[in-house]
Design a protein around this ligand. Structure first.
Ligand SMILES: Nc1ncnc2c1ncn2[C@@H]1O[C@H](COP(=O)(O)OP(=O)(O)O)[C@@H](O)[C@H]1O
Ligand SMILES: [Mg+2]
Length: 429
């Protein structure tokens, strides 16, 4: 039975799905996380505490651990752990792993742009910017990118801190806003820099795939039918199969494959975002992880090695990490989709009504609310959570999208302004 080290940041949405898939496959699991579980003492050889901000130090700790309890594969489940996972895997020399430099380039949007540029992929124009940039620096970045432009931190995810600016004043305000977000979340003072890019106009899709020995197998292309024109880029609906015409889908896949090759990714999941700008696919981003949040619930895969067998996305990721051949992969459902429920206002979540009604809409397969009532909520561009997720399946993308919209419209979200002085005590009534 292979032993797999799952690197699970404490705040991840992805733990349950991966642990479930590992159990289904009968794998022995080592959970590596940034906080020790309460019963760590009773779980010797099965848990490891790592500082995920320090990949090199984590690799040494993991090597020490693996000298006592050998590890066959290392899987980082999301953006916060893929670099540590690659560094640990390299230190342990596990067979299915990505080069650290390749993963590092997916974790720093400047490196990503440099790699794609070196390999001739069409891209937005871009310029790096310091968080302390003044008007002259911003002007000089804009002289490279033009307007409108997009300002973003180099290493966050889920559109956090990503802002479109249409003129110099908006660009200046965006820099100040993102810089203050970064100062708030980088408690140790190591504030990461910014990237300015020219704004790419066009419809956007997300491609979900799995790389095996350097070859990207596509699992699905998701349309994002709600416009993503800024100033903030809140993701809502994902629906697959894509309604782009065949040549456009072929172009998207070929751009994603070129990007994977340019980055040198060898193994594991890829989540890529591509915009179609006048029929030219522009890679916005490549992440060396699977789809975020709870979205993977809608993905059910059939692989050529086992026709008729339905597998979860995490199941195929773990199989690949353990060196199993899967062949081509296909989605089991004719169409499916997810609605990521955005946070519309800052405050305290007082409740979300209508979930049962939403679940009763034909085609809806589930509604999961992911923020407990009473918690503070923060919208984009500062926030990084979703209120929850609505899942749907159907015979074609149109009814799936309609069901998701109908279900979302039935939800009654109650967010109250944060009381002065912070959160009020829970009511006892
Ligand atoms: N240069 C750009 N042109 C147009 N839209 C962009 C650009 N950069 C980012 N976006 C939009 O912002 C979203 C988030 O940006 P991205 O670079 O993917 O950062 P994150 O890592 O936060 O997902 C993208 O999915 C896209 O909709
Ligand atoms: Mg992205």
């Amino acid at each position: 039975m292979p032993r797999v080290m799952l690197i699970l940041p404490t705040e991840t949405y992805r733990a349950t799905a991966f642990l479930h898939a590992a159990e289904e496959l009968g794998l022995q699991v080592v959970v590596a996380s940034n906080e020790a579980p309460t019963l760590a003492a009773l779980m010797e050889g099965r848990v490891l505490t790592l500082d995920l901000r320090r990949p090199a130090e984590s690799a040494e700790r993991a090597a020490d651990f693996a000298s006592r309890w050998p590890v066959d594969a290392v899987v980082g489940v999301d953006e916060g752990s893929v670099l540590t996972a690659a560094t640990v895997a390299e230190r342990l020399r596990t067979p299915s792993r990505n080069p650290v430099q390749s993963v590092a380039a997916t974790r720093d949007k400047r490196l990503l742009r440099q790699r794609l540029t070196e390999n001739g992929l069409p891209q937005p124009r871009f310029a790096a910017l310091d968080v302390h940039a003044g008007a002259a620096d911003i002007d000089s970045a804009i002289s490279v990118t033009g307007l409108p432009c997009v300002i973003k931190p180099v290493d966050l995810a889920a559109s956090r801190g990503v802002i479109r600016a249409d003129d110099r004043t908006a660009a200046g305000a965006a820099v100040v806003r993102v810089a203050s977000l970064l100062r708030e979340i980088c408690a140790d003072g190591s504030v990461s820099p910014l990237l300015v890019e020219s704004y790419v106009d066009g419809v956007e899709v997300a491609l979900e795939g799995l790389v095996h020995q350097g070859v990207l197998e596509v699992i699905a292309i998701f349309d994002k039918p709600d416009p993503l024109a800024g100033p903030f880029f809140e993701e809502t609906i994902y629906v697959t199969p894509s309604r782009l015409d065949d040549p456009a889908q072929v172009a998207v896949i070929s751009a994603a494959r070129d990007a994977v090759t340019a980055l040198g990714l060898q193994h594991g999941p890829v989540h890529a975002e591509v915009r179609m700008a006048d029929s030219v696919p522009i890679v916005i981003e490549v992440a060396a992880r699977s789809i975020g949040g709870l979205c993977s619930q809608i993905i059910r895969v059939e692989c050529d090695d086992a026709p008729g067998e339905t597998r979860s996305l995490e199941n195929v990721i773990l199989r690949e990490a353990c060196g199993l051949e899967l062949g081509a992969m296909h989605m089991v459902d004719r169409a499916c989709g997810v609605f990521m429920l955005p946070i519309s206002a800052a405050g305290i979540l007082r409740g979300i009504g209508g979930a049962n009604l939403a679940e009763s809409i034909p085609g809806i397969t589930g509604v999961t609310l992911s923020i407990p009532v009473g918690q503070p909520v923060v919208p984009l561009p500062e926030g990084d959570r979703y209120l929850g997720f609505i899942f749907a399946r159907g015979d074609s993308p149109e009814p799936v999208e309609s069901a998701l919209r109908e279900a979302q419209a039935l939800l009654d979200v109650d967010i109250r302004e944060m009381p002065p002085g912070g959160i009020e005590p829970p009511s006892t009534g």
